[in-house]
Design a protein around this ligand. Sequence first.
Ligand code: PMP
Length: 344
Amino acid sequence: MVDIQKLIRPNVRNLKPYSSARDEFKGSASVWLDANENPNNTGLNRYPDPLQWKLKARISELKNVPKGSIFLGNGSDEAIDLLFRGFCEPGRDKALICSPTYGMYQVSADINNVEMVDVPLNTDWQLNLEGIRSHFSDANLKLIFICSPNNPTGNCMKRGDVLHLASEFKGLVVIDEAYIDFAEQESFVNGLENHNNLVILQTLSKAWGLAGIRLGMAFASTEVIDVLNRIKPPYNVNQLTQEAALKKLNNLDGFQSEVDTILSERKTLGIELGQLKNVSTVYPSDANFLLVKFTQPKVVYQALTEQGIVVRDRSKVAERCLRITVGTKAENSQLINELKKLQE
Ligand code: PMP
C-alpha cells in the first residue's frame, strides 16, 4: 500500500477547500435563497450538484466501482491537470511518460512547471520496464502515465507489466483508458481493490459518442479522489452535461452496436490500407483509430487535406506515421478512394 497522504502537495493537504451553498445544505427544501440564483425556473437557473451524485450512482452500477471512488471532470483532460496540481510540487516534482503517447500529459506538466521524464516505448510499443524502474529511486517522481490502449500507437500495454509497476512504484500510476471500450483487454478498474495508487481515466468522448459534452471519469482509491474533489472548481461539470450523460448511460441501446460497427470498419479499413502501395505498415489497433506508416506521409497528408479529408500527422513522434480515425463506412471508402488515386 502506498502512503497517499505523503504524496499530496503540502499546500493541498492543508487547503481549506471552497464550500459552495450546495455543499453546505444537505437536506431537502422548497425555498432556495442561499446561492444568489435567479428564482425564475428555466430548468437551468440552479447551480448543478457539485459532486454529481446521481450520475456517479449510475456510473458506479455500470463500472462496479463505489461512488466514493469516482471523480467526474470536464473531460479527462481536467483530471490529468488536477493530478499534477494535487500531487506535483511545481519546480520540484516529476512525472513520467512513455512516448509516443497522448500529448496532453506533457502540456499539463509544462503548464504546472513539472519536469517530465520520458522512457520511450520499446519497438513493439510495449513498456520498457527496466527503463521505468530505473527512475523509482527518484523520490521526486510522483506520477507515471500509461495510456492503454495507447494514443497514437493503438495497442494495449501488457496487463502484468502495468500491475507490476503499480505494485513497485511509491507514487501514482495513472492508466488512461480513453479507448478501452474498443479493446479486447479488460479494464484495469478491477485492479483498484489491490492497488491504492492506481488511477484509471475513462471518458464519454470516444465509444460513448459524447465528446461535445466534456465528461471524463477518474476511478481511484477514496484518498486520491478526495484530493481531486478538494481542488476542482466547485461546479466543474455543468447541468446540461450531467443530464446528457445520465440519459446516455441509462439507455445503452445502440451503444454496443455502434462500437461493433466501428470495430468491423476498423478491420476493413486496416485490410484496405494494407493493400496500398504507399503504405508500409498498418499497426494492430485496440482503439478507434489506426496508426499507419506511409512511404511519403507528408505528400499523403497534403493530398488528403486538399480533398477535405483531415487525418492526424504523427510523423514527428512515430516515424512516417499518420493516425487515421475510423469513420463511417462512407467516410472510410472516400479515404481509401483518395489514397488509391495517389498511387496511380
Ligand atoms: N486520453 C487520451 C488517450 C485521449 O486520446 C484523449 C482525447 N484525444 C483524452 C484523454 C481526452 O479525453 P477527454 O475528451 O475526456 O478530455
